[in-house]
Design a protein around this ligand. Sequence first.
Ligand code: ZN
Length: 206
Amino acid sequence: MKKQVTEETKKILLDGGFEYEVKLMREAIAMYMERNLDLYLSAFLLHLRNLYEFFYGSKKDYYAHAGHYIKSWESRTATKEIKRWNTQINNFLSHLSYARVLEVYDYYPVTMLYIHYRGLVIDFLGELPEEYMTQKLKDLLESLKYEVEINKNMEKKEMRCVECKRIIDTKKDKWVGLTGDYWHTECIREEVRKEGLKQEVSDNSK
Ligand SMILES: [Zn+2]
């Protein structure tokens, strides 16, 4: 028999489990930017998937959901794009699915995904009723907003695709960024087919 979820349970979960998910997602992407290891990518994606469940998942009672805290978040749905990447995480990381053989694996647009989930966390914490807002969560919100400001300054610089040299439009293009170099996902995929760049990318990041 499952134990009862109370207001206190919900409060502790946000300050504990939720904050931990966001923290680990950030640590993993920071490490991945430094060293292009699958280990860091896997950690990043797994924590991202937990946040997907929290923000967009089916509202099973025993799984925490943003809608349990803020009514209007019950009806939020992921875009087709975000759903698609979550499906890939399910098939290629969380489960040993035959999809790994039968479906095509695409390069994750890690930076775009991170920015998306970071935005969700900022919006959610910004709207969170005061009674849930612990010091730890206040600090987290502060730190995320600060990070956005820093990124804005960086974005003023042109980001050119290493492969095709076109300027990357961060709002429109799907892109990946590794250690200050940026690729369109189409460009990097093309290169992976040629089997050259994957090695080069990991060499670059050392
Ligand atoms: Zn390109």
